[in-house]
Design a protein around this ligand. Structure first.
Ligand code: ATP
Ligand code: MG
Length: 445
């Protein structure tokens, strides 16, 4: 294997020809989050290993098997973030953000790193869009972050995504549940997979999440957390459902949803697609009221979710969702001589300064090759500039779609592009007016 031309297993490149898709997704999620009051936070890609061990939890798969941990040259144990919440919680504490208006709302798009078995929808470097909310115990907040995720999924046009919710209670009521689980799964010690045998003592709730056929079959008969919830947790769970009902958000209660990370309390939820195979969870989240305290801060409620952007893209591609096409250059200026090249170079600079997407030759190519290139990049207008055009000061602006040509003064090229843009805008507004209202009311019709 040539290490110089082979990316590390479980990583992927986003190429210039495809990047418009992820950019569209990223722009959409951030815009919707802003409408919900979330402002962006950026935290480092690596943190002290201790932070993840503490927050994600020592007994979780993520901490036990999946972290990219190394010693830096100063002898510190450093870990590439496996998820977004821990770093945000650390930043919130370190920068005293809990003193700001509550609830604190923060959103992010980050790369995450987990040493997992790569397959479709499961990578070693992947990207999450996430939100965190701190400082509210209200079930309305749980419903609000779920509504945000739902709004994103709907706006992007994903279909057949089910929302599944559960409550995993608080440390008080969960203790009784864990005992019941140990007792139940204890009867099947001879059949559980090796990983689940290990989980039996440490973290029996994780057995409910095991993907192996035998374990998931056994798990079907396991007691449900919802039968063990204390009054407060039960009340909370019911109210979250009432808020979701009020917002018309459809969900099902799935008592096997437990989430992979230790810090969750009460509400947990997942948005799941059946269209991308077994890695179908496109978004997972919930409440983590103990996290800030676990990190040494004051008792503070928290909640949020992480959305796997690669999985969102997979679903969108499989379902043929629309991605707005990237802009193509408005104009390509094709010089035929060296002096024309200088003239075109200067004109393109002027056009770009005014915000137009313009290109000219930077390869020293002949006219035929330039026209081929202009076609390839989808230039909307092309003008050829040779000695004759330089002498007369006139160029022909060719509309590449219709083939129509219009002669203009080279000095007026900026005005010509403004005219085209103006006509297009008016055309677009008229279309909107005709679609949504009485066109006579619109002065530009
Ligand atoms: P899974 O059950 O699929 O392993 P998880 O419970 O480990 O997911 P979280 O830690 O909650 O996942 O991460 C939130 C979201 O990030 C997931 O719902 C998924 O969309 C995405 N995700 C998690 N791990 C990966 C990965 N290795 N590759 C791509 N996306 C991932
Ligand atoms: Mg996982």
């Amino acid at each position: 294997m040539n290490l110089l031309t082979k990316a590390v297993r479980g990583t992927q490149d986003i190429l210039p020809r495809d990047s418009y898709k992820i950019r569209y997704v990223e722009k959409t999620v951030m815009e919707i989050a802003e409408n919900f009051g979330f402002k962006e936070i950026r935290t480092p890609v690596f943190e002290h290993t201790e932070l993840f061990a503490r927050s994600v939890g020592d007994t979780t798969d993520v901490v036990q098997k999946e972290m990219y941990t190394f010693e830096d040259k100063g002898g510190r144990s450093i870990t590439l973030r496996p998820e977004g919440t821990a770093g945000v919680a650390r930043a919130v504490l370190e920068n005293g953000l809990l003193g700001d208006a509550a609830p604190l709302r923060a959103s992010y798009i980050t790369s995450c790193y987990r040493y997992e078995k790569p397959q479709a929808g499961r990578l070693r470097e992947f990207h999450q869009f996430g939100v965190e909310m701190f400082g509210t115990a209200s079930p309305a907040a749980d419903a609000e972050v779920i509504c945000l995720a739902k709004s994103i999924i709907d706006t992007l046009g994903l279909e057949n995504i089910s929302l599944q919710i559960n409550s995993i209670g608080c440390p008080k009521c969960r203790a009784r549940y864990l005992e019941a689980l140990r007792e139940y799964f204890g009867q099947y010690k001879d059949r559980l997979c090796e990983t689940c045998l290990g989980r039996l003592e440490r973290n029996p709730m994780r057995i409910l999440d095991c993907k192996s056929e035998v374990c998931s079959e056994i798990a079907k008969g396991a007691p449900a957390m919802t039968d063990f919830l204390c009054d407060e947790c039960w009340e909370h769970f019911k109210k979250v459902q009432a808020f979701l009902d009020a917002a018309g958000v459809y969900y099902t209660v799935n008592t096997s949803i437990v989430r992979g990370l230790d810090y969750y309390t009460k509400t947990v939820f997942e948005f799941v697609s059946d269209d991308i195979g077994s890695q179908g969870t496109v978004c997972g989240g919930g409440r983590y009221d103990g996290l800030i305290e676990e990190l040494g801060g004051p008792a503070t409620c928290g909640l949020g979710f992480g959305m796997g952007l690669e999985r969102i893209l997979l679903v969108m591609e499989n379902q043929g969702c629309d991605f707005p096409q990237p802009d193509s250059p408005m104009i390509y200026l094709a010089p035929m001589t060296e002096s024309a090249a200088l003239e075109c170079f200067s004109a393109v600079k002027t056009l770009r300064d005014e915000g137009f997407y313009a290109q000219t030759d930077v390869c020293g190519r002949g006219l035929k090759a330039q026209m081929k290139y202009a076609n390839k990049i989808g230039a909307q207008y092309v003008a050829v500039v040779g000695e004759e055009e330089l002498a007369s000061g006139k160029i022909k602006l060719k509309d590449m779609e219709s083939g129509a040509e219009k002669e203009i003064n080279m000095a007026d090229i900026l005005d010509a592009l403004y005219d085209i843009s103006y006509d297009r805008t008016i055309g677009h507004l008229t279309e909107v007016a005709e679609k949504f209202g009485d066109p006579d009311k619109f002065p530009f019709a």
